[in-house]
Design a binder for this molecule. Structure first.
Ligand code: ZN
Ligand code: MN
Length: 257
């Protein structure tokens, strides 16, 4: 028997047995999006998948293949769609992909699902997809799925943020490609981080509204919205410890495991 936390590495009988035993299924939803000159396009896939893997190990769960494309990058939270390599889905496309995955997992026995968002702009498409999937499952006579939906970055202690940002936390939206994501990438995938390319054209100063078309110079040219200076793997480990332990606790509470 193959012992893996990744669904894609299990055979169908192994998957089926885990579903029958009530194993939670973790589905990360990411994006393929610019993250400045010092980070790869896959940050929003790599980070939630790594967190899902660790939580799944803590609770006997499995990790479904991560959805690698997300909803359109917005200038004030991801730099926008103009950066080469940022490759996004229309919201209805993304909703239908996530809906179908959850629906299929449910048809095949999943009764505990945890959707972990890795990209700021995905929140409402995930909410919509989950609602549609639950409705479809009800049509199919399946009424006993419990799903959790979360943004991994919300699972962090105040003390940790104070330690990371002695001068004040700029906010999760502005943290795009900045200290948090860079530090966690240094922990998980240091070979993909080029610290010598960390730019110095931030932090962005945005108004509290969107404007289309975006004014030239609205987004820092590097695509980094706050600051990545001072990122370290150790800081990444403080964040990951909070994310993994606090999400694990929520999953155990909600699923009674
Ligand atoms: Zn990101
Ligand atoms: Mn993103």
């Amino acid at each position: 028997m193959v012992e893996s936390v990744f669904m894609a590495e299990l055979s169908w009988p192994e998957f089926s047995a885990k579903m029958a035993a009530g194993a939670p299924v973790f589905l990360a939803v990411g994006a393929t999006e610019q993250h400045g000159p010092h980070l790869p396009l896959g940050v929003d896939v790599i980070l939630p998948t790594a967190i899902a893997e660790r939580v799944a190990r803590n609770v006997g769960g499995i990790v479904a293949p991560t959805i690698p494309y997300g909803y359109k990058s917005q200038p004030r939270s991801g730099g926008g769609e103009a950066f080469p390599g940022t490759t996004s889905l229309n919201s209805q496309t993304l909703v239908l992909v996530i809906r179908d995955v959850i629906h299929n997992l449910g048809l095949h026995g999943a009764r505990r699902i945890v959707i972990i968002n890795g990209h700021f702009e995905n929140t409402w498409p995930i909410v919509e997809a989950l609602d549609l999937a639950i409705r479809e499952l009800k049509h199919d006579g399946i009424n006993d799925m419990t799903a959790l939906r979360l943004e991994y970055w919300d699972f962090v202690k105040r003390e940790t943020l104070d330690k990371l940002f002695p001068e004040g936390f700029p906010g999760t939206d502005l943290e795009h490609a900045s200290l948090l994501e860079t530090s966690m990438m240094l922990l998980f995938r240091p070979e993909l981080v080029e610290l010598d390319k960390v730019p110095d054209d931030g932090p962005a100063k945005f108004p509290t509204y969107d404007r289309t078309p975006v004014r030239p110079g609205f987004v820092p040219a590097s695509g980094v919205l706050a600051r990545a200076q001072g990122s370290t793997a150790e800081k990444g480990s403080w964040l990951v410890e909070d994310h993994v332990s606090m999400i694990t606790a929520a999953v155990k509470t909600e699923f009674g495991i």
